[in-house]
Design a protein. Structure first.
Length: 355
């Protein structure tokens, strides 16, 4: 076979929380003002309550997927696991190469796997407005689509250089009713401060996050949503690896290597953590797998960054996160400002690499 699909009944009913199996748990986020460890309730003013609880959940191995979310997953899940026969032939390799094709989602990427539950939790909480940042636009498009499903108003700050270079992504967000603003902008204090120092600033994800968080903090009944880095986002993405594990069983194989591109870590964690759980817990015959995060040389946070507490945004609004980082003031080259050029790595992936 070339493509492996799961029936709707086999779509995961739970997300996998790797933090429950980690021998050394990640350190908690710190309050940006007091520098004291934060609890889930400290995150409630910015994030949906359920997302905040999931963020710091170190004990529950499996988190139930709400039935309404799972029903929406069924519109595009399961995504196919594809045997790359053509690539194997071109490389002249005896290796069997498979890839998980997340591009079949309505928005063309894995980002929708977390946008739907985040919008769902906001709706359940009675929130009316959501805000976020986006670089190339995959996350912004996904959040805009998910917000429209639940009748939420969405405001997206898109990195200015991408806003100008990728008008069609911007159009997708606007088609689903989102307000899209190039960042940095004059609509927030953070944006004004950045433009005062550098009037020609083309932006970064750190800049756009600052503006989105500020909007969430100053707008009634509004919550901030995030497309990567945070643990609850990666949690939602584990549907990828959980499906892939079942599909590999269909193919009669188990991977020797799991490889994924790495921006903030949700894509990498989504495909790798379900397989990694067997290595962490010592399942016989499944402890040999290597896990490879492929990051761009232009933003080498995992290989050249420093493991430290750092802000997730440029203005210093977010909690301080323990992660590998190039520094929250990092500005990528203007040729590209998407997620792969984000300055920091996800907390869980950072802790695993540190260990």
């Amino acid at each position: 076979m070339k493509r492996y699909f799961l029936p709707e009944s086999e779509i995961p009913t739970e997300w996998y929380n790797i933090q429950a199996d980690m021998k050394t748990k990640p350190q908690p986020p710190l309050n940006p003002v007091t520098r004291q460890p934060m609890k889930a309730e400290d995150l409630y003013p910015i994030f949906a309550k359920e997302c905040s609880n999931q963020e710091l959940n170190m004990t529950d191995r499996w988190i139930p997927i709400p039935e309404e979310v799972r029903e929406m997953y069924k519109y595009y899940r399961s995504t196919p696991l594809v045997r790359a026969y053509g690539l194997e032939k071109a490389l002249g390799t005896s290796a069997h190469i498979y890839f998980k094709n997340e591009s079949v989602s309505p928005m063309g990427s894995h980002k929708l796997n977390s946008a739907i539950p985040q919008a769902y939790y906001c709706k359940q909480e009675g929130v009316t407005n959501v805000t976020t940042e986006t670089g190339a636009g995959q996350w912004g498009a996904s959040l805009s689509y998910a917000a429209s499903l639940f009748g939420l108003d969405a405001a997206v700050y898109q990195v200015k250089i991408s806003y100008e270079q990728k008008p069609y992504r911007r159009s997708i967000m606007q088609t689903y009713g989102a307000q899209v603003t190039p960042s940095p902008s004059m609509s927030t204090r953070a944006g004004k401060d950045i433009l005062t120092v550098n009037p020609n600033c083309q932006g970064s994800l750190g800049t756009a996050i600052s503006e989105a968080v500020e909007l969430a903090r100053t707008t009634p009944n509004c919550k901030y949503t995030l497309g990567s880095v945070l643990s609850h986002v990666t949690l939602h993405q584990t549907v990828i690896g959980l499906e892939a594990e079942k599909q590999m069983e269909m193919a009669g194989e188990y991977p020797d290597m799991v490889i994924a591109c790495f921006g903030g870590g949700s894509n990498f964690g989504g495909i790798s953590f379900p397989f990694m759980r067997h290595k962490i817990t010592g399942v016989p015959g499944k402890t040999h797998t290597r896990f490879i995060a492929a990051e761009p040389a232009s933003c080498p946070k995992l290989t050249k960054g420093k493991f430290c507490y750092d802000f997730g945004d440029e203005a210093g609004y977010t909690p301080l996160l323990p992660m590998f980082s190039l520094g929250h003031k990092f500005q990528p080259a203007n040729i590209h400002a998407g997620g792969l050029r984000y300055h920091g790595a996800g907390v869980v992936a950072s802790q695993l690499l540190k260990e």
